[in-house]
Structures are given as structure tokens and as C-alpha cells.
Design a protein around this ligand. Structure first.
Ligand code: HEM
Length: 476
């Protein structure tokens, strides 16, 4: 990592007038109201933002119709915005409008005092200590799904990894939310629904407004069906719990949400809030982890030498038993391989854009009130100033003895007060699932190997199917 280069690159551009901060960072010229840039973003968001940094540096501006948009492409600028100036930012209204249709007024969507209250109420359910208690539910889900990964009696076979991890993480979230073991039909329809909603959201994000869902437009029917299916699933589980004589015998996320009380006034989450938080945990918690595990499995199949190291570590530490929260620290190579996967393929490759609610200063630039700020972990994670040979899969960067990444350079879970509430949950889930998969199977690239180029929907997914050869390890 070349930190000297980094500081050189960050040397602020001198103010052309020699007094105070300059007001206009560099950026592409505005032509045709910035519509060519909007088209380029829609076509290849990550490629476009990477090019912006190459041509114009770490802080670039552009005008798109009436919006002034700024891309923050260094760890320092990102922290200045999301940590130091968090209270002067809200999330970009268009993104929120799109997400609100799916997640309602949940913690992912709200702002100000309402968000603070919801976040306060939810935090205990997602604390590392609490999350550790879900490990055995995670193991049960992984055990059942992995036992059915290959057809009965077969020792190896080509497996569609998206379907496997989608099923597995769906099972994990249903068990941890509702103590419910999902049927194959439920999993299939919920997977389809979450995928459909992601694709629709990504499309709608680039429209100036969302047209009503009842209109007979392409994609609207699928969206209506997907929403109906997910809402129905969540509502059925909550109703079933409310109808139980002993609802408190459960120790799952729903029980935590129902029992949560605000310290300041003793208030609980309203029924709608409970519903919305379940929707958000379900969608955010299932698709992101599935995507991360999908990339991880592909990287291991491409790097058998790393996979071998992980097999050895898992075998030595676990000796065939189920993993638990206490094992996370004892599996440094496994943890490092997951973190390196999140670096190369951050499931949330672009954070939700922010809007400034007053003038702020970033580096030596004055950013006006009302500006849109874009933050793209993908670009930070692949910047050679922070990660040498950034395109390479090198888990050793994240081993405990390695120099930690520059603060703000590795942000798969975001940073600042709105950092992912489910990060401990996700890391434990991924560790448990990955360890159990390694105990049972070798991951081998088939011929021809899947090309799997990253494509941004709401999460960063491979652009085509990823099937790998799974070979059973033990004689069992
Ligand atoms: C590998 C898995 C995951 C990744 C990469 C991830 C990533 C992220 C990121 C980047 C943000 C911040 C977005 C921004 O600042 O614009 C976020 C927020 C959030 N995540 Fe996650 N997430 C993951 C798993 C989970 C899980 C398992 C849950 C819940 C069960 C969850 C629930 C949430 C919620 C509720 C927020 C909004 C928090 C707020 O605004 O206060 N995530 N996530």
C-alpha cells in the first residue's frame, strides 16, 4: 500500500483565486443537461465512476438536469462526509422513495428523530452478543440445506450456487426472524420476489418519478406480485405469533422487535413498524449475504490454493463439529477470505446517495446545500493506493497480523451512524455457512468456467448463472 502516493494524490487543488476554498471541483463538462452522463451511469455505473476518478480525481462534480452531483472517491473524503458531516446529510429522496415502496417507513428509509428512535430500538437485537445467540439457528439452516445440495447418493455434481445460497440465507433469515423452517415452495417464491424487487428498484432509481404500480407498464405486474408475495409471507408469520398463547417462548428477531422498548419513554414499535422492520431485515439480510457467499464460492473455486488453506484451518479448528460464535476468531484465514471477498465484490457496491442539507466543506472544497453526494465502495476497494494489486484475491491482507486498511478504504457495510445494522449478523452467518460448506465439500470450477462479470442491481451480482462442481469430502 502506498500511503505516500495517497497523500500526494489528495493534495487539495489550490484555489484558482488564491483565497478560501474553491467552489467547483473538476468534472465532466455539462452538455445536454448532463443526460449523456445519466445514460452512461445507467449503462455501466461502476465503470463510469471509475473513469471519473481516473480523469478528474477524488472529488468530482457533474450536473444532471437540475442536480449538482459530487462523487467522493477517497477514504478521507468519504469519512469527512459520512462521519464528520453525518448530521448535515439526508439520503437522496429518489432512492428513499423507491425503497419506501418495499420497506415502508423502516430504519433503512427514515431520517431524523424517527430514524434515531427506530435505530435505538433495533440495535440491541443486532448487538454482537445477541447475534451470537442466533448461531445455532444458522447452523441448523446450513446443515439442512447443504445436506440437500447434491442429489441423494451422489458424491459430486454441478450445483447452481445462486439457488443454493439464496435458499440457505432465506432459511437463515426465516429461522432467525420467526423461528420458522421454510418449505421449498416458500423459499422459491420468496427468492423470486426479492430478486424481482431488486431489479425493479434499480430500474426505478433512474426514473425521475415512480409511476403508480397499478399502471399496465412493463415490470409493474411482476413488482405487484412480488410485493404481494413477500408482504403475505411476513404478515402470516407476525399474525401467527400474535395469536400464540405464549409468544415469548421464542428467542428470535421478531420476539426482540415485539419486546423492544424505547429507554427514553418506554414506547414500543407500532404494528406497522414491526412489519416494516421485518420486511427490511428479510430483504436486506437475505440477498446481501447470499450475494457475498456466491462471490466467495466462485473466488475459492478459482483459487484452489486458498481453498486448501481454508480446508486445513477449518478441519484443525473444528475437528468435524459445528461452528459457533466463539470460533470466528479461531478461523483467521476464513474470516480474511470473506473480508477480501467483500472488498473485491461489495454486495452494496454504491451506497445510497446523500443530499446536503446545508453547505459543507469536504477537503478544500465548498459543497453547497442541496448537492447530491455519491459514494462507491467498489472504487475505493479497487484503488491501488489503499490495496496493492487491487484486482488480486489476496485474503492475507485481512489477517490479524497484517496492517489494517486505511480507515474508510474498506466499507462494505458503509460507515458513520448509518452503518449496516446487520453487520455482525452477516459476518457470523457467512462464517458459519462458509465453514460448514468447507467441512463438507470442495468447490471446483467446471469446464467451461463461468465468466461471471459483476452487474449492479441493488446488490452486485454476477451477470450470468454461476454453477460450480461440488465434491463431497468425507466418506459420510
Ligand atoms: C454481507 C451482508 C451485508 C452487507 C454487505 C450490507 C451492507 C449494508 C450497507 C453498505 C449499508 C449502508 C448503506 C448506506 O450507507 O447507504 C447497510 C445498511 C443496512 N443494513 Fe446491511 N448489509 C448486509 C447484511 C445485512 C443484514 C444481515 C441485515 C439485517 C438482518 C442488514 C440490515 C441493514 C439495515 C436495516 C440497514 C439500514 C441501517 C440504517 O440506515 O440505519 N444488512 N447494509
Amino acid at each position: 500500500m502506498n500511503r505516500m502516493n495517497a497523500s500526494l494524490h489528495l493534495t487539495p487543488t489550490p484555489d484558482p483565486r488564491g483565497a478560501g476554498p474553491a467552489t467547483d471541483p473538476p468534472g465532466p463538462p455539462t452538455r445536454w443537461l448532463g443526460l449523456p452522463q445519466l445514460r452512461a451511469l445507467r449503462r455501466d455505473y461502476l465503470g463510469f465512476v471509475t473513469g471519473l476518478q481516473r480523469e478528474h480525481g477524488d472529488l468530482t462534480r457533474m450536473r444532471i438536469v437540475h442536480e449538482r452531483a459530487y462523487d467522493l472517491l477517497s477514504p478521507e473524503l468519504v469519512r469527512e462526509a459520512l462521519v464528520d458531516n453525518a448530521e448535515h446529510l439526508i439520503r437522496w429522496e429518489r432512492g428513499i422513495a423507491v425503497f419506501e415502496q418495499v420497506f415502508g417507513r423502516s430504519v433503512l428509509v427514515t431520517e431524523g428523530p424517527l430514524w434515531q428512535r427506530q435505530r435505538r430500538l433495533l440495535m440491541p437485537a443486532f448487538s454482537p452478543k445477541r447475534v451470537a445467540g442466533y448461531a445455532s439457528l444458522m447452523c441448523q439452516a446450513a446443515e439442512e440445506t447443504l445436506a440437500q445440495a447434491l442429489p441423494p447418493g451422489q458424491r459430486q455434481g454441478l450445483v447452481a450456487m445462486e439457488a443454493l445460497f439464496s435458499r440457505l440465507t432465506m432459511d437463515v433469515i426465516l429461522r432467525t426472524l420467526f423461528s420458522h423452517r421454510a418449505s421449498a415452495d416458500e423459499v422459491q417464491s420468496a427468492s423470486w420476489a426479492t430478486q424481482t424487487l431488486s431489479e425493479t428498484a434499480m430500474r426505478e432509481m433512474f426514473h425521475p418519478m415512480t409511476l403508480p404500480d397499478w399502471l399496465p407498464l412493463p415490470g409493474k405486474r411482476a413488482k405487484r406480485q412480488a410485493l404481494r408475495s413477500l408482504r403475505g409471507l411476513i404478515a402470516r408469520h407476525i399474525e401467527a405469533r400474535r395469536g400464540q398463547t405464549q409468544p415469548d417462548r421464542h428467542d428470535d428477531l421478531l420476539a426482540r422487535l415485539l419486546a423492544a422498548r424505547d429507554e427514553s419513554d418506554g414506547s414500543a414499535l407500532s404494528p406497522t413498524e414491526v412489519f416494516d422492520q421485518c420486511m427490511v431485515s428479510f430483504q436486506a439480510g437475505h440477498e446481501t449475504s447470499a450475494t457475498a457467499l456466491l462471490w466467495w464460492s466462485l473466488l475459492l473455486a478459482r483459487h484452489p490454493e486458498v481453498a486448501q488453506r481454508l480446508h486445513t484451518e477449518v478441519d484443525q479448528v473444528l475437528q468435524g463439529r459445528l461452528p459457533g460464535p466463539q470460533d470466528v476468531a479461531a478461523l483467521p484465514w476464513l474470516g480474511a477470505s470473506l473480508k477480501e471477498t467483500l472488498r473485491l465484490y461489495p454486495p452494496v457496491a454504491a451506497l445510497m446517495s446523500r443530499r446536503t442539507v446545508r453547505d459543507i466543506r469536504l477537503g478544500h472544497w465548498q459543497i453547497p446545500r442541496g448537492a447530491v453526494l455519491r459514494i462507491t465502495p467498489w472504487v475505493l476497494h479497487r484503488d491501488p493506493r489503499w490495496f496493492s494489486e487491487p484486482e488480486d484475491f489476496r485474503p492475507e491482507r485481512f489477517l490479524p497480523e497484517a496492517e489494517p486498511p486505511v480507515r474508510g478504504a474498506w466499507i462494505p457495510f458503509g460507515v458513520g451512524p448509518r452503518v449496516c445494522i446487520g453487520q455482525h449478523f452477516a459476518l457470523l452467518e457467512m462464517t458459519v455457512v462458509a465453514a460448514m460448506l468447507l467441512q463438507r465439500f470442495r468447490l471446483v470450477l467446471p469446464e467451461p468456467a463461468p465468466q461471471a462479470l459483476p452487474k449492479m442491481n441493488v446488490t452486485l451480482r454476477p451477470d450470468g448463472p454461476v454453477s460450480l462442481l461440488l465434491q463431497a469430502r468425507s466418506a459420510g
